[in-house]
Design a protein around this ligand. Structure first.
Ligand code: BGC
Length: 759
């Protein structure tokens, strides 16, 4: 809901003392008399920092870590809450602040407070009475500020809560508060304020420990059985001043907490007991963890003592997948958990180490998968606003991360100067395109169009005379498994091939978008530019028979899937890709660029069997290797953990990175058999392709048109039976494994075919 802010009603205020980065702000007020009962009360609130609003001590909403993270320089979001049920004749409006992204640590350089030195809040409570009278209580100089029990808080490093500090009384009218101070106004551009476009972050579920034990070094370790993002919550009683320390980690190494992958993130929460019964929940931080090491627990720590609270953006699950191979099911669950952990307000690379940034390339790879698993339209559209803003302030350049904090970080000298880079900057086009395919929201596409064009035009200026994008810095096929652990940029795939292929894809999508938006001139221009780039690609990078320069799986995957090859070359390229897969023993040999497309490229060139072999391979590097190692999320590297149980020595060894999980998109479309035949699934393509020894699979997707579902079995005689559910008013174009085609309308259908070679 859009709110009109006026400096007369409310102004940003900051506490006169910092109160350890977690000040409380309060305002006691009485409702105006003689206007009858309150008809409605709405609180509109935001902060420079994070804010938890209360009225008379009651939480105003379930949201946490609000107002989240946006490109604060130009956009700060606010939330509106209906608080009619909470307001009483005399009330206390409370705002508990924390550092969050605004003033906490961001990035790996150790820097903090990139957006400003001071925490501040802006709130306006609007009360409407029965007789139409309106009363406004806004943040102003009359508010008071005081200490909370949080004595340290940082997203990376953790939170310290001292239950002896602060007073629970602060939310009570008339409370006598010692050590409280005044507040002062803070200059701030109200023009930056915008309502949330996407969902808030909330607690989603809780998990109990699956195991508690003592490590060889004598540490008490709790295993939640699932790598997750959030925090621990517990109620405890013990001596006043006694401290409980909790360290978090995603993995164990040598049976102890494996914290090295967190780099400088301390991920440590501390709780100091009051002497009475204390309930602790550190809501001003978050950790990526499966294991917690608990020190100082009074008495015996059992599975009932603590719980893990899973936190992420509020998203509606829409897609499911299941099949007869339990390892694939676990891989799929890992992809889902990877999304949960990294969709915490911003689509991040990882949720645990001193990074947690909106790396654009990661979501460029993962967006289609995400858009199947959850309704991510609001979440990603919201983030795309910041992509636009960053870009608009950087001459069309889409930065490596959004919100872009790299521009504030002290970056090591060997880090590239920022400029448009393939895949990462292509996120400005690929992500809106993925949303268009899933949801067909024309307005959303139109909103993104200028930014898409700006990106394409900027890259046009970076092409060399040959029309290839073979200039400047590229991440390229980042994290090629054959690159040395400490030099993940040393890929086999030629950067020019990768970048030019990606640019071609971008131009094709952009031409299509221009067409959709009724802009034939642009469509023609981009199509012509695309043709030129394709011609250059073929001339410089493709030799007879479809050999592509640098001859590795990634370049074939991209050339095939992005449509850079003529028919004969495409066939040759597919054969070469299949040959490479076989020669490599079906281990994955692609990095960020090639991995999302390699199974599709094999499938679409007639090598379904090789696609399945690649997917089902268990030796490292492969998708299933981490699953056999007990992974419960998708890892950043195929071998983030080595077969001997030690952690990969590279600096980047997250155990929760969604990018390589993009293969789930292939699983949905090829095993489950569900794909859009028209944007937003206005028409559906149902084409399950059994293989890999699977005997059954089912998938379902709640589209904007209704539920699409498939459910197939394959018996030893090769009898394939398919059940399909199609939403009313939608046409499903079905292709069975024997090649027969059917057109179905809404409803439930059963079809069958005989598959030549079962499995
Ligand atoms: C991130 C990646 C990211 C990459 C770019 C890493 O540190 O974790 O996922 O895309 O840098 O090079």
């Amino acid at each position: 809901m859009t709110h009109t802010w006026s400096p007369e009603s409310a102004e940003f205020i900051a506490p006169d003392e910092d109160f350890a980065g977690a000040p409380l702000l309060r305002k006691e007020f009485s409702l105006d008399l003689d206007h009858g009962p309150v008809r409605s009360a709405t609180l509109v609130v935001t902060a420079q920092g994070i804010v938890e609003p209360t009225i008379n001590g009651a939480a105003v909403s379930q949201d946490v870590l609000t107002p989240g993270w946006t490109s604060y320089e130009w956009r700060l979001r606010y939330q509106s809450y209906d608080v009619t049920a909470l307001v009483t004749q005399t009330s206390v409006l409370g705002l508990a602040l924390g550092n969050g992204w605004y003033r906490g640590r961001l990035g790996w350089s150790g820097g903090r407070a990139f957006y400003g030195p001071e925490l501040a809040a802006l709130a306006e409570l609007q009360v409407e009475f029965e007789d139409g009278h309106r009363q406004v209580v806004g943040t102003d100089a009359t508010w008071q500020a005081g200490p909370s029990s949080t004595v340290a808080n940082d997203l990376y490093d953790g939170q310290t809560i001292d239950a002896r500090v602060g007073s629970a009384d602060w939310t009570r009218p008339g409370a006598l508060l010692e050590g409280w101070t005044g507040v002062h106004p803070v200059e701030s551009d109200l023009g930056r304020l915008q309502p949330y476009l996407g969902p808030p972050v909330r607690r989603q579920e809780t998990l109990r420990p699956s195991k508690v034990w003592t490590s060889p070094a004598g540490a008490t370790i709790v295993d939640f059985g699932q790598n997750l993002v959030g925090w621990l919550r517990f109620t405890v009683e013990g001596e006043a001043g006694h401290e409980i320390t909790i360290r978090h980690a995603e993995v164990l190494e040598h049976d102890e907490l494996g914290t090295r992958p967190l780099r400088t993130a301390q991920a440590t929460d501390r709780f100091v007991l009051s002497g009475g019964v204390d309930t602790f929940e550190p809501t001003k931080t978050f950790h990526g963890f499966r294991y917690a090491e608990v020190t100082g627990w009074p008495g015996e720590l059992t599975q009932d003592s603590v719980e893990a609270v899973v936190v992420h953006s509020e998203l509606r699950p829409t897609g499911t997948f299941e099949c007869s191979d339990e390892l694939l099911n676990q891989l799929h669950r890992n992809v889902v958990w990877g999304l949960k952990g990294n969709f915490l307000d911003v689509p991040t690379d990882c949720p645990q180490r001193d990074e947690r940034l909106g790396w654009t390339g990661d979501i460029a790879a993962f967006a289609p998968t995400a858009a199947y698993l959850y309704d991510v339209s609001g979440f990603l559209s919201d983030w795309l606003v910041d992509v636009d803003l960053e870009q608009a302030h950087a001459e069309g350049m889409v930065p490596f991360v959004v919100p872009d904090v790299l521009k504030y970080m002290e970056i090591p000298r060997d880090f590239p100067d920022p400029d448009s880079t393939a895949i990462w900057s292509d996120a400005a086009v690929w992500v809106p395109w993925a949303l268009w395919e899933a949801y067909a929201d024309r307005d959303a596409l139109a909103r993104q169009y200028p930014a898409m064009v700006a990106h394409a035009r900027r890259v046009e200026g970076l092409l060399s005379d040959t029309d290839l994008w073979d200039t400047g810095f590229q991440f390229g096929d980042w994290l090629d498994p054959q690159a040395p652990p400490d030099d993940p940029i040393k890929a086999k795939a030629d950067n020019g091939v990768v970048a030019t292929a990606c640019y071609y894809r971008t131009l094709r999508q952009l031409a299509a978008v221009a067409e959709i938006l009724g802009n034939p001139d642009d469509a023609g221009d981009f199509a012509a530019l695309a043709d030129r780039v394709r011609g250059a690609f073929q001339k410089h990078y493709v030799t007879d028979g479809g050999r592509v320069h640098s001859d590795c799986a990634t370049v074939y995957a991209l050339a095939i899937e992005f449509g850079l090859l003529d028919d004969a070359d495409r066939l040759g390229a597919g054969n070469r890709l299949a040959e490479l897969a076989r020669e490599n023993g079906f281990r994955v040999s692609t990095g960020f660029a090639g991995t999302p497309f390699v199974t599709d490229a094999l499938t679409s060139t007639g090598h379904l069997d090789e696609a399945y072999r690649l997917l089902l391979e268990r030796e490292c590097p492969s998708w299933l290797y981490p699953v056999t190692m007990g992974a419960t999320t998708v890892w950043e590297r195929w071998d983030s953990m080595l077969p001997d149980g030690t952690i990969n020595s590279g600096q980047m060894t997250s155990f929760n990175h969604y990018a390589l999980g993009a293969v789930a998109d292939w699983m949905h479309r090829t095993i489950g058999g569900i794909a859009p035949a028209a944007p937003g699934y206005a028409q559906v393509r149902i084409a399950p392709k059994p293989g890999g020894g699977l005997t059954w699979a089912k998938a379902s997707l709640e589209t904007r048109q209704g539920v699409v579902a498939t459910d197939w079995t394959l018996d030893e005689q090769g009898r394939f039976a398919l059940r399909v559910e199609v939403p009313e008013g939608v046409e499903a174009r079905v292709e069975l494994p024997d090649g027969t085609q059917h057109s179905l309308g809404g409803g439930h259908h059963e079809l069958s075919a005989t598959v030549a070679e079962a499995g």
